[in-house]
Design a protein around this ligand. Structure first.
Ligand code: HAM
Length: 420
């Protein structure tokens, strides 16, 4: 039987890996600039963590988690998202002890057993960002500014920010009742899943993909009509700060997000050209999650960027890792020289390749071309005896002789990090 990767799980091959790394490095740089520190949390957690945070009635927990019993009989889940784990770590290690304000980011794979399609995978990667300890609406706007800043820096500036307020438990209760009453009037038109959900958490009916249910939902009451005064004020303030930061946004009153822990501000960043899976990034405030998982009463807000989706919308520019060198060595002595030199150059971050097979100069030049080498260093036995090598600039189509003792410095000067 042919061995292949599991459906929904992809290999990331070169040269795409360079683009991935670039996105990750860029995220680290930007986030560290905004005062975030990196946290790395495990891929496996107790299943209970996600049921208690994301919510029992959500699609993620109900249908999509990779959950299994391990060899000790413990019920384990491969993390479907990072927020729950980061909150658990924040509580477990009392990261709030010195100061509740903590800004953390993490980058890594997540797992959801969804139906794979464009922009939807079973293993996918997120850049995940969380801020703890700030309830002021300024941070909501700032967090959204960070997402938009990052996206435009990596070349995805055309995305649209959509925001909504999901209220707090105080305003959510009458809203849920209003929604239930509305849904109850349309009971016969709802799918079986929705009928079950509406009894336990009517908000989850918004996640339904069944066209009949979607049609009914467009008429459903909106949370914005039920916001309590503090939540309404908070939302108005967030919008004001977004305007101060000159971040364009649209209010989407029907966005409820697919995870239960959100309160107040929720947002999604959508992009054209992604089809149905159009959210490149999403997040929101979760003021009661830390307490719900057994920690102190500390608010939080965050977001995650889906890296596969981000790569889908980025212009397909070929990644340029910088100039490279091929050393064409002819004969035993020159090959030894080439091996030592390429090792030294690679350590100095000059991308260098050599030939191992003792091929003809013509064949080696062909390999250099395939490697996309900007320079080729030719060392033959005659050159070596004369203490010289020939450096050919493939772009300028020029060549010059360089004394072997100064060859390393010469090449680093032309091609090393920081050279033009
Ligand atoms: P989420 O909306 O479930 O939120 O996922 C965030 C992003 O991850 C989505 O907008 C999308 O770009 C990407 N994503 C989700 N599922 C898939 C999939 N199956 N295939 C490819 N990409 C996917 C969260 O995960 C929250 N933890 C975000 C957050 C952080 N909220 C507060 N802090």
């Amino acid at each position: 039987m042919e061995l292949k990767a599991i459906r929904g799980f992809s290999d990331i091959l070169p040269p795409a890996t360079s683009r991935w790394r670039l996105l990750e490095e860029c995220a680290r740089k930007i986030l560290e600039g905004y005062g975030f520190s990196e946290i790395r949390v495990p891929i496996l957690e107790k299943a209970e963590l996600f049921a208690r945070s994301i919510g029992e009635e959500t699609d993620i927990v109900e249908k999509e988690m990779y959950t299994f019993e391990d060899r000790n009989g413990d019920c384990i889940t491969m993390r479907p998202e990072a927020t729950a784990s980061v909150v658990r770590a924040y509580i477990e290690h009392k990261l709030y002890a010195a100061d509740p304000v903590v800004k953390l980011f993490s980058i890594g794979p997540m797992f959801r057993h969804e139906r794979p399609q464009k922009g939807r995978h079973r293993q996918f990667h997120q850049i995940n960002v969380e801020v703890f300890g700030i309830s002021h609406s300024m941070i909501d706007a700032e967090v959204m500014a960070i997402v938009m800043d990052y996206l435009s820096l990596v070349g995805a500036g055309g995305c649209q920010l959509q925001i909504n307020s999901l209220g707090c438990p105080r305003c959510r209760l009458p809203y849920k009742e209003g929604l239930w009453t509305f849904l109850n009037k349309h009971l016969s038109q709802l799918c079986e899943d929705c009928r079950r959900r509406m009894e336990r958490n009517p908000l989850r009916v918004f996640d339904c993909k069944v066209p009949g249910c979607q049609e009914i939902i467009t008429e459903a009451p909106l949370i914005s009509d039920y916001l309590c005064p503090p939540c309404a004020e908070h939302f108005a303030a967030v919008r004001g700060y977004l305007e101060t930061l000159e971040i364009a946004y649209e209010v989407n009153p029907r966005m409820v997000r697919g995870l239960d822990y959100y309160t107040k501000t929720a947002f999604e960043v959508v992009a054209g050209g992604l089809g149905a899976q159009n959210a490149v990034a999403a997040g929101g405030r979760y003021d009661h999650l830390v307490a719900a998982l057994g920690g102190p009463d500390i608010p939080g807000i965050g977001f995650a960027i889906g890296m596969e989706r981000l790569l889908l919308i980025l212009p397909d520019k070929p990644f340029s890792p910088g100039p490279s060198l091929f050393i064409a060595a002819l004969g035993e002595g020159p090959q030894r020289e080439a091996l030592g030199l390429s090792h030294k150059l690679n350590r100095a971050r000059v991308r260098t390749m050599i030939d191992y097979e003792g091929r003809s100069l013509k064949a080696q030049m062909r390999r250099a071309d395939k490697f996309g080498a900007r320079y080729v260093l030719i060392i033959g036995e005659d050159e070596q005896r004369a203490g010289q090598a020939i450096l050919r600039d493939m772009e300028e189509k020029k060549q010059e002789e360089i004394p072997l003792p100064s060859i390393f410095e010469e090449i680093v000067r032309r091609m090393g990090e920081g050279s033009p």
